[in-house]
Design a protein around this ligand. Structure first.
Ligand code: MGD
Ligand code: MGD
Ligand code: SF4
Ligand code: MO
Length: 732
């Protein structure tokens, strides 16, 4: 019997069909430890992916049985060894810790740091526990490092979060504008759909890629604008300037459906093309070509991800991109719109359930008194139970730990000891935590070193829930195998803590279908209305796209938002933004003359807890490296494959040089994936800085100033030691 589910890696959200390892009599595919491997193929009936998958989805099942955390483990201090404990002991310990912190610090002494890899049901129960019952908004997620600039940009420009487009638009556009996204490697199936369309339509479809690196995505483009890191706003204003000059703007749409255009027009007046081209480090004719492609197209679809969001002006970048859509009415119609590609499989579900410290379930805001009252009433809480103050974002949690303002730090489904910026500082802060609960599926991970209590989580395939992909399609993900050892679903862990804290009636759920049924009621009447969805319906009918209000008979797929050009603002108009370009938070100077950017490789997933243990992927990407332009390499006498040191004001890393024209001169690229368990030489985030966008509070993981120094010595990679660290065979 096979099960239909969703790939638990990226936000494309491909449908998978998973079947058990072959039964006796037939050859069984086994991993290097002898575990039978579940068979995985693409689900042809899934509307988002139509049967396609990439190497990550195709190999996911090989990681299911390796290095799993199976039992709760406890220690009194970080210097002690962990000892196995019962769930009973684990729960009484957490409840005791929470009660102590409530007495000593009040509710805001508790902080939880979650993840876009939790399912919607997990996320929802965590919000109810923290924001509702405990009265603290200190729930943030790794989406702060990922999607928060997109969320802020949508809210400010349109009045609500919510990507307005759908993947069908990939096949309907005549100009795709990809900025700060390596779609080919990070959202491969979205890219396949777009690329096929382009191949079919030939010159009639234009593909523009804006990225300081010549990525696989850029290689497929008609026009690759290799701008200097952090000059996106200049570029976008430059395009707007030309569109104005050439009278390629839609004045009727601007007059009837938007506001604040004059202030924006004044700003773009200051960005003449010659100046912009110089600032961005591109040719004037390249800028003009980009503007012409945009201006001549009937339907422009822009796609973006971390090159835009992970910036100290992330929200301004998002809004400036949306401005271009507004001035040319490229929104709410087929093949057009500003489409943020979400990174993680359920980052969207996180947004729907209120999984950041400033939001509440159903696309509501903590700061809005009416929104708080609606949620309090729904949860059966007294008025005022939800704090009116946004909680700590994750960087503020780090500061809270430093200042000893946090008594209990609870981490779930993320590995901050690799993925947070300014890692030494993050680690030092986590060392100060009086008590850290870490709820993860794998063991070891780098974050384990900073935990007092480890809780084994059932992961995807071992618990039943739902996830929403980038195009708002909700997929039912049933449990198809038992969790290893005593692992439990995240939502069950949160709910049990809630019951033991005295909120029996609030967490009285028989199963996750009941959790989902409660959650969707909170979306009724909101933009993300899912009141027509249930586990039962999703299991029977397959994936469904929201909005999906109860009782409405609509298509389940191919929906767009804002097709009537009414936006959820007070006056139903979308808003132009007037931001000047600020550049990088840490500009280069004589001492630190290079910009270091960081990002992803096709095969690996984040901190490698799964992909580091998959042979095929380790063979594709065995070790980290630093990309250096030949001109810079020559100047410094660096040869391909030689070791170099990269130093920032915060940390140092050593990598093998990959000399390539794929990177712009003056810029270096290091993959983010390798943490302390996988390398002894260089971790990207030891170098990055913690400066954030003042609006979205998203850190600028994409750029810091560094020195590049050749080291005339051959460093060895101690594979044996690294293998021991990971307690299993890793093929390199
Ligand atoms: N293979 C793989 N796929 C993934 C993931 C993974 O770990 N591995 N993770 C998922 C997640 S959570 C996310 S968030 C997405 C991320 O997906 P992407 O955002 O596509 O991936 P990144 O490699 O982080 O960054 C994208 C590009 O931004 C460029 N960039 C850097 N600075 C700038 C700048 O100033 N301006 C512009 N325009 N571009 C710049 C980089 O050169 C890089 O090519 O991928 C998802 N998919
Ligand atoms: N330098 C640099 N740093 C970055 C980025 C970058 O581009 N550059 N990108 C940032 C972005 S966009 C992101 S999204 C983050 C990602 O960074 P992380 O969130 O730290 O990365 P993951 O390795 O995906 O960690 C997820 C963890 O959840 C566990 N897990 C999987 N499924 C489950 C489950 O169902 N329940 C529980 N409890 N645990 C589970 C996995 O074992 C793993 O340990 O990194 C950020 N950091
Ligand atoms: S494109 Fe993303 S969702 Fe699809 S199979 Fe690959 S990792 Fe999974
Ligand atoms: Mo992400």
């Amino acid at each position: 019997m096979s099960s239909k589910t969703l790939c638990p890696y990226c936000g494309v959200g491909c449908g998978l069909e998973v079947s058990p390892p072959a039964q006796s009599g037939r050859a069984t595919h086994r991993d290097s430890q002898g575990n039978p491997i579940w068979r995985v193929k693409g689900d042809r009936a899934h509307p988002s992916s139509k049967g396609q998958i990439c190497v990550k989805g195709g190999t996911i099942s090989e990681s299911l049985d390796k290095n799993r955390l199976k039992y709760p483990m406890l220690r009194n201090s970080l210097s002690e060894e962990f000892r196995r404990v019962s769930w009973e002991k684990a729960f009484t310990t957490i409840v005791h810790q929470i009660q102590t912190v409530l007495a000593n610090f009040g509710p805001d002494g508790i902080s939880m740091y979650g993840s876009g890899q939790l399912q919607t049901e997990d996320y929802y129960i965590a919000q109810k526990l923290l924001k509702g019952c405990l009265g603290t908004n200190n729930f943030d997620a790794n989406s702060r490092l990922c999607m928060s600039s997109a969320v802020a940009g949508y809210i400010q420009s349109f009045g609500s979060d919510g990507p307005p487009c759908c993947y069908d638009d990939l096949e309907l556009t005549d100009c795709a504008f990809l900025i700060g996204t390596n779609t080919a490697e990070c959202h491969p199936i979205v890219f396949n759909r777009l690329h096929k369309h382009k191949k079919r339509k030939g010159k009639r479809v234009k593909l523009i890629v804006v990225d300081p690196r010549r990525t696989k995505t850029a290689e497929a483009a008609d026009l690759h604008l290799a701008i200097k890191p952090g000059t996106d706003i200049d570029l976008l204003h430059g395009i707007a300037h030309l569109l104005m000059r050439w009278d390629k703007i839609d004045t009727i749409f601007i007059d009837e459906c938007t506001k604040d255009f004059p202030a924006y027009a004044e700003v773009i007046g200051k960005y003449p093309p010659e100046l912009v081209a110089r600032k961005c480090g591109i040719r004037l004719d390249e800028l003009e070509t980009a503007a012409r492609y945009w201006g001549d197209a009937k339907r422009v679809l822009s796609l973006w991800s971390m090159g835009v969001n992970q910036s100290s002006e992330g929200t301004a970048k998002v809004r400036t991109l949306i401005n271009l859509h507004l001035m040319t009415a490229n929104i709410g119609k087929p093949g057009a719109g500003p489409f943020s590609l979400t990174g993680q499989p359920n980052a969207m579900g996180g947004r729907e359930t209120g999984g950041l410290s400033h939001i509440l379930p159903g696309y509501r805001l903590v700061k809005n008194p009416e929104h708080r009252r609606e949620v309090e009433a729904f949860w059966g809480l007294e008025e005022g139970a939800i704090s009116p103050l946004p909680g700590r974002d994750v960087l503020n949690m780090v500061r809270g730990l430093e200042n000893r303002e946090i008594g209990l730090f609870w981490i779930a489904a993320t590995n901050p000891a690799v993925s947070m910026p300014d890692l030494e500082r993050t680690k030092a802060a986590m060392m100060r935590s009086p008590f850290t609960v870490y709820q993860d599926a794998y063991d070891p991970t780098e974050t384990k070193a900073y935990a007092h209590l480890l809780l084994p989580a059932a992961q995807w395939g071992e618990k039943t829930g739902t996830m929403t992909n980038s195009e708002r399609v909700v997929t039912y993900c049933p449990s198809f195998r038992s969790p290893p050892g005593e692992a439990k679903a995240d939502w069950e862990i949160f709910a049990e803590v809630g019951r033991r804290l005295g909120f029996q009636d609030k967490f009285d759920f028989a199963d996750s279908a009941e959790v989902y049924a409660e959650f969707v009621q909170l979306t009724r009447g909101r933009l993300c209305d899912m009141s027509g969805l249930s586990h039962k319906r999703l299991a029977a009918e397959g994936p469904i796209q929201w909005p999906s209000p109860e009782g409405e008979i609509t298509r389940s797929y191919g929906k767009r938002l804002y097709t009537n050009w009414n936006f959820p603002t007070e006056d139903v108009r979308a808003k132009f933004a007037a931001f000047d370009s600020q550049g990088l938070a840490e500009p280069t100077d004589q001492e630190y003359p290079f910009v270091l950017t960081t990002g992803r490789l096709y095969g690996h997933w984040h901190t490698m807890t799964r992909t580091g243990r998959i042979e095929k992927i380790m063979k594709m990407h065995p070790e980290p490296f630093v990309e250096i332009h030949p001109r810079d390499a020559q100047k410094l006498g660096i040869e391909e494959g030689s070791w170099v040191e990269v130093r920032s004001r915060r940390g140092v890393g050593r990598w093998k040089a990959k000399v390539t024209k794929a990177i712009a001169p003056g810029t270096l690229f290091v993959p983010m994936h390798w943490g302390a368990l996988w390398t002894d030489n260089g971790e990207a985030n030891l170098l990055t800085h913690p400066e954030v966008c003042p609006i979205s509070l998203q850190p600028e993981l994409k750029a810091c100033a560094v020195q590049l120094v050749p080291i005339n010595q051959q460093l060895s990679i101690n594979h044996e030691k690294l293998t021991r660290k990971n307690q299993e065979l890793v093929v390199i």
